[in-house]
Design a protein around this ligand. Structure first.
Ligand code: FRU
Length: 420
């Protein structure tokens, strides 16, 4: 059996990491991603490309950006997309290493555009921002652009001279000429909030400004920040982890035409083993999630288009149960003392409002009440949404066979098979 995911975006071959340029253009959702087509390992970054009419059936498209020009000599790193004058513009990081060991580098901002959403042309006078402002080291990447009133705004991740992560904000009227407006926010300390804020995003949800980012270098703190790098957000002063699983990074959002704020993230973590490498590919995206906000906390739930994948659903009362397929959705109540196991590879236990997931490493989160739980399983992933998205765990779990669900007490579960 293959580890290849059936209803999550993953490459046919080669390596993927961050989602890039998540956008809507001419009737399609577009998703680009960091891509190295030649081998299932990180290499000179291209932008891979898929599109979808419904967020669940994705069509592969030709590579959108290939590195190698003087401004992106060693990589087209992460960035975003925006529609302007009937074109889809990509705003991306150019990466140029200064030395063969990749110790220091130059990073800049470039643009490319397309009229059909398939073929992209790099702007001939790239870069549009050639270097970071003062008080920033050479870490300067991952521009996120959006339209605000009559302008384009951009935030970009950086590192202050003193080593703390921060984000910078720029403004433009034409995507070519950019004015630097200053620092938008910075880490309190390196240990608490990181040394480089990768993949920042800034959006308004229900009247609240949310700054989303993926800081490198936050120190583990008890049961918090247990991943190699973290992804989280700030609404007020505190940095809050967005997903409590092991495999969630570089999250990015887009505004759907119907007003929903939709998020996708890389469903992996730097320095993981990636057993799928033996099949010639590596990395995947999370299922798209709708974001909502409650008491200044972000909630994430699978987008409602998940319904398009459901084809057989039944309620069963079970303790041990062989699932009908490797693509399933499981809905059940959550209660104190519950322990759930999948093929002895993954366990989730609930104790006194604390939820612990064990999947090679242990991850912990807390909930206020005991309500419900939804699991989305694909061939090598498990995403758990608790209490309507209050607490989410995303993990790659490498099922060798059809998973067996085991519960420590008899419970009623709705088991729904998901098609491709
Ligand atoms: C985040 C990141 C970005 C960078 C890209 C390179 O995972 O390190 O900051 O643009 O990956 O692939």
């Amino acid at each position: 059996m293959t580890y290849r995911l059936k209803y999550h975006v993953c490459p046919e071959h080669g390596w993927i990491n961050d989602p890039n340029g998540f956008s809507y253009f001419q009737g399609y959702y577009h998703l680009f991603y960091q891509y190295y087509p030649d081998e299932p390992i990180w290499g000179p970054m291209h932008w891979g490309h898929v599109r979808s009419k419904d967020l669940v059936h994705w069509e592969n498209l030709p590579i959108a950006l290939i590195p190698g020009d003087k401004e992106d000599l060693h990589g087209c790193f992460s960035g975003s997309a925006v529609e302007y004058n009937n074109r889809l513009y990509l705003i991306y990081t150019g990466n140029i290493y200064d030395d063969p060991e990749h110790i220091t580098f130059h990073q800049n901002v470039n643009i490319a555009w397309s009229e059909d959403g398939i073929h992209f042309y790099k702007y001939e006078n790239n870069p549009v921002i050639s270097e970071p402002p003062v008080d920033n080291t050479y870490h300067f990447r991952d521009p996120k652009v959006w339209r605000e009133d009559d302008h384009f705004k951009m935030i970009i991740g950086g590192q202050k001279e003193d080593g703390r992560g921060h984000v910078l904000i720029y403004q433009s009227d034409d995507l070519i000429n950019w004015d630097y407006l200053g620092e938008y926010g910075h880490a309190s300390t390196i240990d608490h909030e990181g040394k480089m804020w990768e993949c920042p995003d800034l959006f308004r949800l229900n009247g609240v400004n949310v700054l989303l980012m993926s800081p490198q270098g936050i120190k583990e703190d008890g049961e918090k920040y247990r991943n190699y790098h973290q992804t989280g957000y700030k609404i007020k002063d505190t940095f809050i982890e967005l997903d409590h699983g092991h495999d969630f990074y570089a999250a990015t959002t887009m505004l759907a035409p119907d007003g929903r704020r939709i998020l996708m993230a890389w469903m992996d973590m730097w320095h993981s083993e990636f057993p799928e490498k033996e099949e010639g590919w590596s990395g995947a995206m999370t299922f798209p999630r709708e974001l909502t906000i409650h008491d200044n906390h972000l909630y994430m739930m699978p987008v409602e288009e998940l319904a398009l994948l459901r084809y057989e659903s039944k309620k069963v009362e079970v303790t041990d149960y062989l699932l009908p397929s490797r693509q399933v959705e499981i809905d059940l109540d959550i209660c104190d003392g519950l322990s759930l196991n999948l093929s002895n590879l993954y366990t989730l236990t609930v104790n006194n409002h604390k939820v612990t997931v064990m999947n090679q490493t242990e991850h912990v989160g807390t909930i206020k009440e005991y309500q419900s739980m939804k699991l989305l399983i694909d061939s090598s992933s498990v995403e758990v949404f608790i209490n309507g998205g209050e607490l989410v765990f995303t993990d790659r779990v490498y099922f060798k066979d059809t998973p067996v669900l085991s519960l420590n007490k008899k419970m009623t579960c709705r088991i729904t098979t998901l098609s491709e």
